[in-house]
Design a protein around this ligand. Structure first.
Ligand code: NAD
Ligand code: ZN
Length: 360
């Protein structure tokens, strides 16, 4: 038996208002005056002076605003890298991602592709990255995905939706300022928050579970219950707690895996472009047979938040489209093995998965 030796985020700052310290934190990392810091910032903050006025741009530093309407694509990463190489006099000092999972994943991928040759699609998979990434910093503005701690950056490529999983993927620095999440719309808060909840259930109910994952998963799950079912937390407390739940939920899956909901949700995302948070919710709502307790609680949270999930999104798909989704879902073997054990192929059949998709 050989155990995996995982890297972790080496530096993290937590606290309301800690965003004010960003400039001081990155300043020592500037390589030369010709090596800029590139800030990849969610478009939603474009005219938001409260946030952007606190980013000091020196020399050739630049903010690139990016829409999070669509999830990151390999082609988008390659274009950004191209653009950065063309505009910068020297290889940048660092990449700072500010936003949700979409922007965090873009920042990770761009920092990897600035030091590795070729196209990002060639690195989708496990441990294919050869050179250390550029210094990269993650600053979440919405909580739940765990992308701030994870060892992957999920990209949709021409052939597959798959992460760049590598020891060079995790951020060198994360800044957790729960205040940055104050304007997240309620539904989005729920969807991305449920990503965290589902990470906990899939990790805790999985066959890969071990004490490392269990202890983080338990902590995150308790926090999620407080946030989404309790009625004693102020908004600020809920923001603080969901940011930490996201972190712990992410840590829990580092040493285990996600499961059925994520596998099926990847299929939806690949074919229909359904976003991760809402996609997971749509799927999880139909997974009683795999996660009975978890789904029961999920339905209670959904009710509590008055969330109506889209129905019938697979109703008009033809057989070929369904087959594409099924093959994307089934290709994620570690997820199924974690969820259902070594003999998962006997349970997760084409037929079974088609039935599930047809309910959605
Ligand atoms: P997101 O980044 O897609 O953002 C969702 C929406 O919230 C967007 O409209 C965005 O503009 C908005 N938003 C973000 N912060 C806001 C704020 N403070 N105020 C107002 N609006 C705000 O959402 P997400 O759910 O965090 O991320 C989903 C992505 O994360 C997917 O691409 C998924 O593949 C990825 N993901 C990655 C990992 C990982 O480990 N790398 C894990 C899970 C999910
Ligand atoms: Zn997820």
């Amino acid at each position: 038996m050989s155990y995996k030796n995982f890297p972790m985020v080496p530096r993290v700052i937590f606290g309301r208002g800690s965003f004010n310290q960003l400039n001081d934190i990155i300043a020592p990392k500037r390589l030369t005056i010709n090596a800029p810091f590139i800030f990849l910032v969610d478009d939603v903050f474009r005219n938001n002076v409260w946030l952007t006025s606190r980013i000091n741009l020196s020399y050739d530093d630049r903010i690139i605003y990016i829409s999070a309407k669509e999830e990151p694509k390999t082609s988008q990463v390659d274009e950004l890298v191209e653009d950065i190489i063309l505009m910068a006099k020297e290889r940048p000092s660092g990449i700072i991602g500010i936003g949700g999972g979409t922007l965090l994943d873009l920042a990770k991928a761009v920092s990897i592709m600035l030091t590795n040759e070729g196209e990002s699609q060639n690195y989708q998979g496990w441990d294919l990255v050869k050179n250390p990434a550029l210094y990269h910093v993650g600053i979440p503005t919405i909580s739940g995905t765990g992308a701030e701690v994870s060892r992957t950056t999920v990209l949709t490529g021409p052939e597959k939706k798959l992460g760049i999983n590598s020891d060079f993927t995790p951020f060198d620095q994360v800044l957790l300022d729960p205040e940055l999440t104050k304007d997240v719309p309620t539904e989005q808060w729920f969807y991305t928050g449920m990503d965290c909840y589902i990470h906990c259930i899939e990790s805790l109910q999985g066959t890969y579970l071990n004490t490392f994952s269990e202890s983080y998963g338990d902590m995150a799950l308790e926090l999620c219950k407080d946030i989404f079912l309790g009625d004693t937390l102020s908004q600020k407390e809920a923001q603080d707690k969901l940011m930490m739940a996201s972190w712990h939920g992410g840590m829990s899956i580092v040493y285990s895996q996600v499961g059925v909901a994520h596998a099926l949700s990847y299929g939806l995302s690949y074919l229909l472009g359904t976003k991760h948070g809402i996609g997971n919710c749509i799927v999880f709502d139909h997974l009683e047979e795999f996660y009975p307790e978890g789904v029961k609680l999920f339905k209670a949270m959904k009710k509590r938040y008055n969330v109506e999930l889209p129905q019938g999104i697979c109703a008009d798909l033809n057989e070929k489209e369904l087959d594409t989704m099924i093959s994307i879902a089934l290709s994620l073997e570690p997820l199924w093995e974690n969820a259902l054990g070594k003999n998962w192929k006997n349970i997760a059949t084409q037929k079974k998965i088609k039935e599930l998709y047809k309910k959605m």
